[in-house]
Design a protein around this ligand. Structure first.
Ligand SMILES: Cc1cc2nc3c(=O)[nH]c(=O)nc-3n(C[C@H](O)[C@H](O)[C@H](O)COP(=O)(O)O)c2cc1C
Length: 346
């Protein structure tokens, strides 16, 4: 039976993995290797299916990701100390073509408007400096009718001026003390967390940096006892406190936002950073949180998605338990390594 299942699994493996498995392996190692390969193939298939790497049929999210990537290239170029006049003509062409396709398929929305605003900032910067490219600039000016319509209240996109002082003023917080006072909480009161606090925390977390500002992260909130019980039943690290949690959050990152093979692991970076911001945001609002690992095999990943309706294109980054802090509680000390163990000044 065991032999049959391994055979079925390995039969499906690409030859390169088979070659690896042929390297003399003990039977238990071969089983582990096969299971590992099956899980990698799950990730591989999802990335191949959902990301924009093959460009055959672009979904709205793929197109949005590419538009965002390109208008953000313009923003980045313009934010340099000395932007090069006429920079990024290829990017502009690609952006214009994607905007055209987007408008045809999905109409004009916020992403479209932001991209237009960036394009106009780019246009003004170059034309003011005498740069000429009639073909491109004609198309950009032709888009003017689509901007500043009554419906368009979106002014974002492009660059803005900030001062050193304005940044430093906002830094007048004791960030060290703030970080030191966050603990993973495993003891909560029975009072409910107002959903508005979660909304506020998500608003704060939206400022998290992400690759080319593509913002692939999403947050799902579970509040009813039934939903929380169901969701937490798939997670292995909430025993002893899961039943006290007021809200269970699931943070995901949508693979449709990634458009190159090099970005195959980007969901874990962007989603992980987002989750950290969210935890700090919840902490800043006085709530207790505990990150809950989603270190599971493909089987449980699929089961959770079936139970919650989270799309297959989304990678689950982690769950976050949220609740109110009791007057007094114990926290794990979780001592940290010393700086000289982790910092290498070369
Ligand atoms: C991705 C991630 C997953 C975690 N999963 C769990 C978990 O399943 N259960 C739990 O009790 N704590 C979990 N933790 C909390 C860690 O144990 C905790 O962050 C670590 O010991 C440091 O302690 P502190 O958060 O109190 O500073 C997780 C933390 C992270 C970042």
């Amino acid at each position: 039976m065991m032999f049959v299942s391994i055979y079925t699994v390995t039969k499906k493996l690409p030859s390169v993995v088979k070659d690896i498995l042929k390297i003399s392996m003990s039977f238990p190692l071969a089983i582990t290797a096969s299971e590992l390969a099956v899980n990698y193939i799950y990730d591989f298939k999802r990335f191949l299916k959902w990301s924009g790497i093959h460009h055959r049929c672009k979904t709205q999210t793929h197109l949005r990701a590419m538009i965002t990537m390109d208008y953000h290239r313009i923003e980045k170029g313009l934010s340099l100390k000395e932007p090069r006049v006429g920079f990024g003509q290829e990017v502009i062409q690609m952006l214009l073509s994607n905007l055209d396709e987007y408008k045809e398929k999905y109409g004009i929305d916020e992403t479209f408007q932001i991209a237009l605003n960036s394009l106009f900032t780019y246009y003004k910067f170059n034309v003011d400096r005498g740069h000429k490219n009639e073909k491109i600039y004609e198309i950009i000016t032709g888009l003017k009718d689509l901007i500043n319509t009554k419906e368009s209240t979106i002014k974002e996109g492009g660059v803005k001026k900030v001062t050193r002082n304005s940044i430093l003023e906002s830094c007048q917080i004791d960030f060290r003390a703030f970080c030191q006072s966050r603990y993973s909480i495993r003891h909560f009161t029975s009072s409910e967390v107002d959903i508005n606090l979660i909304v506020q925390a998500v608003e704060i977390a939206q400022k998290t940096p992400s690759v080319c500002n593509r913002q692939s992260s999403k947050v799902y909130v579970f509040s009813s006892d039934e939903d929380k019980r169901k969701v937490l039943s798939y997670q292995n690290g909430n025993r002893g406190f899961g039943d006290q949690v007021s809200k269970v959050l699931i943070v995901t990152s949508d693979l449709e936002n990634f458009v190159s093979i090099g970005e195959r692991n980007q969901c874990w970076i962007d989603g992980g950073m987002y989750a950290m911001s969210l935890v700090y945001a919840l902490h800043s609002l006085g709530l207790g949180t505990c990150c809950l690992n989603w270190s599971v095999t493909s089987y449980f990943d699929q089961e959770l998605k079936k139970a919650t309706g989270i799309k297959d294109s989304e990678s689950v980054i982690m769950m976050i338990a949220v609740g109110h802090l009791p007057e007094e509680l114990k926290v794990a000390q979780s001592p940290r390594k010393k700086v000289d163990e982790v910092l290498f000044v070369k």
